[in-house]
Design a protein around this ligand. Structure first.
Ligand code: AMP
Length: 189
């Protein structure tokens, strides 16, 4: 199973990706975690992207694509659950040229109203992510999501791989809905 999760910041991509990766027995790959790891390790790449992460700005396509493709190259053939990438249509197009069968067998959109996303991010700020603390940064990330990531919904719908799930539910219920949507997409009884 090669699965991509889409959703606004705060929609629960990280939580759901962890649960689904465990369910399918595949690695969970998060572009945000890959970049934060580089920042924490103080690498050259980390130094180049740290400011953008703090401000909620997107990292240039080339940098994030390389980080994610390196991680994907290390995954077993059983697949992966990927979240945070792609975040722009140009990232998705590039990824589709690099993967003969496309980047994803299925793409799940976690739908959540902006007000609920804001509320969840404010709660998550206590856990220590610096880009969750500043309301201005949160607003920028939500705007970016609508402006440059949401067009991926049409992109993947056009490829016939998109499923949409209501993310305004307890995490376990969202996971159940995602698995049901994937079964329906695969034509399971
Ligand atoms: P996330 O953990 O997915 O919310 O990502 C945290 C931050 O990492 C984002 O605000 C961006 O600065 C950066 N980032 C993560 N994934 C991408 C991506 N696919 N393209 C550009 N920037 C990204």
């Amino acid at each position: 199973m090669r699965l991509v999760l889409l959703g606004a910041p705060g929609a629960g991509k990280g939580t759901q990706a962890a649960a689904l990766a465990e369910h399918f027995g595949v690695p969970h790959i998060s572009s945000g975690d890959l970049l934060r790891d580089q920042v924490a390790a103080g690498t050259e790449l980390g130094r180049r992207v740290a400011d953008r992460l703090d401000r909620g700005e997107l990292v240039p396509d080339g940098i994030v694509t390389e980080a994610v493709e390196d991680a994907l190259a290390d995954t077993p053939s059983s697949g992966y659950v990927l979240e945070g990438f792609p975040r722009t249509v140009s990232q998705a197009r590039r990824a589709d040229t690099l993967h003969a069968e496309g980047l994803a067998d299925a793409v799940v959109l976690l739908e959540l109203a902006d007000d609920l996303a804001r509320q969840r991010l404010a709660e998550r700020a206590a856990e220590g992510r610096s880009d969750d603390r500043d309301p201005e940064v949160i607003e920028r990330r939500l705007r970016r999501f609508h402006a440059v990531t949401e067009p991926l919904v049409a992109y993947y719908r056009g490829r016939g791989v998109l499923a949409t799930v209501d993310a305004d539910q307890p995490p376990e219920a969202v996971t159940v809905d995602i698995l049901a949507a994937l079964d329906a997409e695969r034509g399971a009884p």
